[in-house]
Design a protein around this ligand. Sequence first.
Ligand code: GLN
Length: 541
Amino acid sequence: MANKKPEIEPHELYDTVLVLDFGSQFSHLLTRRMREFSIYAEMLPCTQKLSDLSWSPVGIILSGGPYSVYEEMAPHVDPAFLDLNVPVLGICYGMQELAYRLSKDNVVAGTAREYGHADLKATRVSGHVDRLFEGLEDNMRVWMSHGDKLAKLPEGFHTIAITRNSEFAAIGHETKPIYAIQFHPEVTHTIGGNQLLKNFAVNICNAKQSWTMASFVDQTIARIRKLVGPEGQVLGAVSGGVDSTVAAKLMHEAIGTRFHAVMVDNGCLRLNEAEQVKKTLTEHLGINLTVVDASVQFLDGLKGITDPEKKRKFIGGKFIDIFEEEVKKIEDAAANSDRAGKIEWFLQGTLYPDVIESISFKGPSQTIKTHHNVGGLPKLMTEGHGLKLIELRELFKDEVRELGRNLGLHEDLVMRHPFPGPGIAIRVLGEVTPERVEIARQADFHFINMIREKGLYNQIGQAFAALDPSRAVGVMGDKRVYQYIIILRAVQTYDFMTANSYPFDSDFLAEVATRITNEVAGVCRVVYDVTSKPPGTIELE
Ligand code: GLN
């Protein structure tokens, strides 16, 4: 039963573009772009042996990657990729790999490296640009990130676009549908990049545009049922955020109460959060949920810890302890009942951007940062408890939201701002005490309510109130006070990788300050953080 493949794989139902990943930070964007065109795409490591595939792709994209093709350790594609006789598009490293395969002296280290914008000019032959550039401006702004380059045109190819520093910015084969480009069409900085990828997939590969989010739901449910079998039980952690709720809802649709959701109340949740999540998940969505109140253990353990990383580590570790205890209880209950299956599976329901850095080809795609959601828990549950991993993590935030709507999740939940795993503990700067958590929680409640009242919630990527434990002097009712400072933070962001502070009008900020100082005892100052990311981060710790 273990790891048995489901009967119907999406690549058997839909025309599928195969993305071979050489470890670029943007590889996942390629599959995402394909989904935007209603085309199914599957990403596999670049070293995939192609004769092992049980299906045929309609086209192959070779991604970018951090290596240089001529390095000893550089990864290489199975040479059979050209024998499949399907269209090929090489991007950056993918371009260099394609050229290197044809002849090793085709690629060299460049003297003029290109990072950032470049102006691309598509070449016209008898008045026409190549069909890869159909519908695009002759001059387009593209985004580059490379040090190596083609030394010469590989045999059988011609140039279809140039930039000032790249004589071979895009090349195409004279007779076959084989293309290679030095820039990255998958990033939003490349204007018209989407159209180029669509030209490749739709016009050149002839992929049928039949994939939909609804079909994704059906597919995923079928996949879960096949994997888990008629009796298997699955365990998963939920936080009340949209990602884990969507994952839990899919599990519930697939296997009902054989999915066990566990939520740990670490004492640092938002106001009324535990009750609200319980209500939504159990009453509204029918999910089998256990809420564990471990707030005392967390708050006790946090005493005296001031370093942000130590706080995160403590909370992560404690979470795992509590989760393990709970697993034991669920397992004992299952063993003592006439329920057949033991818990065999652990659900990993995180978003793609959370895992980009840790799952790309051969581990790190040049590690950027690790993420609390993908930290120790899955490893412990799989290696430590012998559970098998179910992964639902190929989608991006906006896609997860669309999926959530498809599954009937309430709009408020679908649009909910992200909330960090350690919660308010990292929004109280320095030492966490129950009093400080309560003050930050109350301030956050008022701030978010006022944002909602103004109708601004959905325009903001993430907003919250944090507490600065250094105090300031104030005057209240003619009396001198010496109290905490609340820091408000609200950012606009496309992908949470970069962000700007939200431009509230000053009247609104003044109203928030009044409400918080009036309603929340212990606060006499409110400030607004106007730092962008970078150099700031979204959270303060
Ligand atoms: N490492 C290669 C270079 O510097 C490819 C880079 C990439 O794919 N972005 O040219």
